[in-house]
Design a protein around this ligand. Structure first.
Ligand SMILES: *Cc1c(COP(=O)(O)O)cnc(C)c1O
Length: 472
């Protein structure tokens, strides 16, 4: 399998070549030259597989330059009962009639990002051990991504994580999740400022090419290809759980922000998984819903991003969207290049009236958005009718999913976080707190380890320099 860039400026590369990277060297995103497709009877053969077996069957189609036993070993080490608290890793739970929940949030940070990041941690460590290199991951977080990245990289050889977060601006639960980590390779930096200050510091450090190279600075953002690939697996697992016939169609409802999760579903469909609809749900920050309704992709300025009660979907642009647009415009890198030049100069591109947009629905996408009152109403309804407490992001997905539900087509709603992470919203909706999973009851009482610093690029560089002693 060879990987190319959506902007056409990268020599075809292997999986290992692109594993540790973010953007392609030409500023585009990496994708397989062709999506692998299912052989006749292959789906039927996968019915009895465990999650790690299924993950190996799927991922070995994308990762063909590692010894197969090594890949199998990394997958087996990742998807364990210890890490995901359940044998099936992503159990499917019946909700309303014909509607099921695909539980993706049983990992260490109680959010779906663990599924990809836990594997990424093992892949990164493996790649670095092979080359003898090391990596300093620098990131900014307002909560979810940072903790998933830290739990994925804790204790890994050759890797350090420097995670910036706005001091005293995260929920107590999120703060405790991150700051209670005592691993020597995890550095929590609480910045006196807001999330944008943290992000600006990461950008400034990344733009210093000399510093970046000297200190092997890397990221784990959502455009990493291996993250998308790891997420393809649970679309198959969910489909297998609710079907009996091998040509039976299902639809998926996906709470969306950066388009990473649903991009994986789209690739599963391209591989031949019988997916009827990919139902994309946004919150009040409806960049993607606007595109699928109108053909206009309009990014928001940071002041235009609304803070919502499904905060992990509060995005100004959808960083993985370019992967899908590449296919939508017939895999023409020149066109993609031009569209993102328009985004950079004018803040939008407009495909309405083009053949690409007229044909967009053949890919299976439909979209809708949800807002705070919708979210509260869905949390209440699912609790009253099914006795299940869902989190605000998952509620956005179910809200839009129900609008597109069709008779006779199972609807699978992806659960992207557990309600325990968003206690305030649950109390507002239900007048009671969600239960916490075992082991998380007193997380706020654990000792915390973090450094408070000013929003000062030079001081933070100095800190990285000081902690960046050779790793033994
Ligand atoms: C990251 C996240 C999302 C959005 O997923 P994308 O892959 O960015 O579309 C939705 N819900 C939760 C809880 C998340 O953490």
């Amino acid at each position: 399998m060879r990987y190319v860039s959506t902007r056409g400026g990268m020599a075809p590369a292997t999986f290992s070549d692109i594993l540790l990277g973010g953007l392609a060297p030409d500023g585009g995103l990496t994708l397989p030259e062709d999506y692998p497709t299912l052989a006749p009877g292959e789906l039927a053969n996968w019915r009895g597989l465990s999650y790690p077996e299924l993950a190996f069957a799927i991922l070995s189609k994308f990762v063909d330059d590692l010894p197969v036993d090594d890949l199998r070993g990394l997958i087996n080490k990742t998807y364990t009962v210890e890490a995901f608290h359940t044998e099936t890793i992503t159990p499917v739970k019946a909700l309303l009639d014909g509607v099921s929940l695909v539980e993706l949030s049983n990992g260490p940070t109680l959010a779906f990002k663990d599924i990809a990041l836990q594997l990424l941690g093992n892949l990164f460590e493996y790649a670095l051990l092979k080359t003898g290199g090391h990596l300093n991951i620098l990131g900014a977080t307002s909560g979810d991504t940072g903790s998933s990245a830290e739990y994925a990289m804790r204790g890994k050889h050759g890797i350090r994580v420097f995670m910036l977060s706005p001091y005293r601006k995260m929920s107590q639960f999120q703060t405790a999740q991150m700051f209670s980590l005592q691993d020597a390779n995890i550095f929590n930096i609480a910045v006196r400022g807001v999330f944008d200050d943290c992000q600006d510091i990461v950008k400034a450090v990344s733009n210093d090419a000399e510093f970046k190279a000297r200190h092997a600075i890397g990221t784990v953002n959502s455009i990493n290809w291996a993250r998308v690939a790891a997420q393809i697996v649970y679309y198959f697992k969910g489909w297998l759980a609710v079907t009996e016939r091998d040509d039976q169609e299902v639809s998926f409802a996906v709470p969306s922000g950066n388009f990473g999760n649903i991009c994986a579903g789209y690739i599963a469909k391209c591989m031949g998984l019988p997916i009827r609809r990919l139902i994309l749900a946004t919150n009040e920050n409806n960049v993607l819903d606007e595109f699928f309704r109108t053909g206009v992709y309009r990014v928001r300025k940071s002041g235009q991003v609304v803070q919502t009660s499904s905060p992990s979907m509060d995005i100004s642009k959808a960083s993985n969207f370019e992967r899908f647009i590449y296919d939508a415009v017939g895999r023409d890198p020149e066109v993609v290049h031009e569209l993102w030049r328009q985004v950079d100069t004018h803040g939008f591109f407009d495909l309405s009236g083009t053949d690409a947009f007229r044909g967009i629905h053949r890919f299976g996408f439909v979209s809708g958005s949800s807002n705070h009152p919708n979210r509260m109403a869905v949390i209440r309804r699912v609790y009253q009718e099914c006795g299940v407490i869902i989190d605000p992001h998952t509620a956005d997905g179910i809200k839009v999913g129900l609008e597109y539900r069709e008779e006779g087509i199972p609807l699978l709603c992806l659960e992207t976080a557990l309600p325990a992470k968003f206690e305030e919203s649950i109390v507002e909706a239900l007048g009671r707190s969600p239960e916490r999973p075992a082991g998380y009851e007193d997380i706020e009482a654990l000792p915390q380890r973090f450094e408070v610093m000013d929003a000062d690029v030079d001081k933070i560089k100095e800190y990285i320099r000081r902690e960046n002693a050779p790793i033994v």
